[in-house]
Design a protein around this ligand. Structure first.
Ligand code: ZN
Length: 157
């Protein structure tokens, strides 16, 4: 570990391809009118931010990270609207939350931060002892950062 903790997040971050890790993701898709799949680029950007700001990067890798190429196999990020709004409604891209689908029980992670805890266990190859909200569920759920939806993603019809 040669990156001091005081270094800016962007300096010394290591490029990592999460699709190289053995994942328990099922590839489940969320098909409903209020959920929109986000691009891999957007998902990786959110995961990179969560890992570098929540300590997950240090726990899993021992240094800051920059996730590249593909997300963990079988997991997809969705923007889920809090209510049904039409794409031409100005609130369309502002009222909602990000969910992550692909967990074996079919329950979604209701935030990127919640999935981040599970992803640490995927990276460490320690899913049997995972303490995330869906595997264990006894700890407090991490508070999620607010992200805008990716406006370049087409709406599911
Ligand atoms: Zn877990």
């Amino acid at each position: 570990m040669n990156n001091p903790l005081s270094a800016p997040v962007t300096s010394g971050a290591q490029d990592i391809d999460l699709s190289q890790y053995r994942s328990d993701g099922t590839g489940e898709e969320c098909m409903n009118l209020i959920s929109v799949a986000q691009s891999s680029t957007t998902f990786l950007r959110h995961l990179t931010h969560i890992f570098n700001t929540r300590g997950y990067a240090m726990t899993a890798f021992g240094h800051y990270v920059n996730f590249v190429n593909y997300p963990p196999k079988g997991y997809t990020e969705y923007w889920r609207h809090r209510r049904l709004v039409l794409p031409d409604d100005p609130q369309y891209l502002t009222i909602g939350n990000l969910y992550v689908y692909g967990y074996p029980s079919k329950k979604p992670f209701k935030s990127v931060a919640r999935f981040g805890q599970h992803l640490v266990s995927i990276v460490l190859g320690d899913l049997d002892n995972c303490k995330c909200i869906l595997c264990d569920g006894t700890g407090p759920a991490p508070k999620d950062a607010e992200y805008p939806a990716d406006p370049s993603v087409p709406v599911l019809r």
